[in-house]
Design a protein. Structure first.
Length: 186
């Protein structure tokens, strides 16, 4: 049961967003910029979703890790099981060496920003990460620590069947955060 009275039937972050529309807009706009608008050939939308999902998984936030994992799976190919393998062990996951280095940075941000060392940044650069990739990885991981704590700090509920997230992940991947959330809250 949620710690505050949230609208019925809205899982995860959707309940708090319906409760507080004033904060919903900037939170969704931030997610839109971090995960979609800034996507480039260097760090794709799927890789950005993977960073969000990985960070959320490390924070033990079931709703966020599963919903963003479903978006990453949709974008990267569900049949590849990249998300599940990354959750299990990012060092052996079927992602590029650059992504492995960026996931190491995201994992350190999840523990605390000062855990990111020059050696980790140098390792990411050695694998082809740009300053933008490093910046965006740190910001995605930091933002998702906030989103995860918002969801779990209010004790929201989440469907436990991962299959329930497939449509949600596809909608996030295609429509984005501003429009997808508006549709889910309507």
């Amino acid at each position: 049961m949620a710690h505050i009275q949230l609208p019925d039937g809205l899982p995860g972050i959707l309940g708090p967003m319906a409760y507080s529309p004033l904060t919903t807009k900037p939170l969704n706009e931030l997610a839109e910029v971090l995960l979609r608008t800034n996507a480039s050939d260097s760090l794709t939308q799927g890789e950005r979703e993977l960073i969000a999902s990985y960070t959320s998984r490390r924070n033990d936030c079931f709703f966020c890790s599963t919903s963003h994992g479903a978006a990453a799976d949709y974008l990267l190919g569900r049949e590849n099981q990249v998300v599940a393998q990354t959750w299990a062990n990012p060092d052996t996951a079927p992602v590029s060496a650059k992504m492995k280095a960026l996931l190491a940075i995201a994992g350190c941000v999840q523990q605390g920003g000062k855990q990111v060392t020059p050696e980790l940044v140098d390792a990411a650069r050695a694998e082809g990460a740009t300053d933008r990739d490093i910046h965006d990885t740190v910001l995605i991981a930091a933002a998702f620590c906030m989103y995860n704590r918002y969801v779990d700090g209010l004790a929201t509920w989440a469907p436990q069947d991962p299959a329930a997230y497939a449509d949600m992940g596809e909608m996030l991947a295609i429509k984005g955060y501003v429009h997808a959330t508006e549709a889910q809250l309507a």
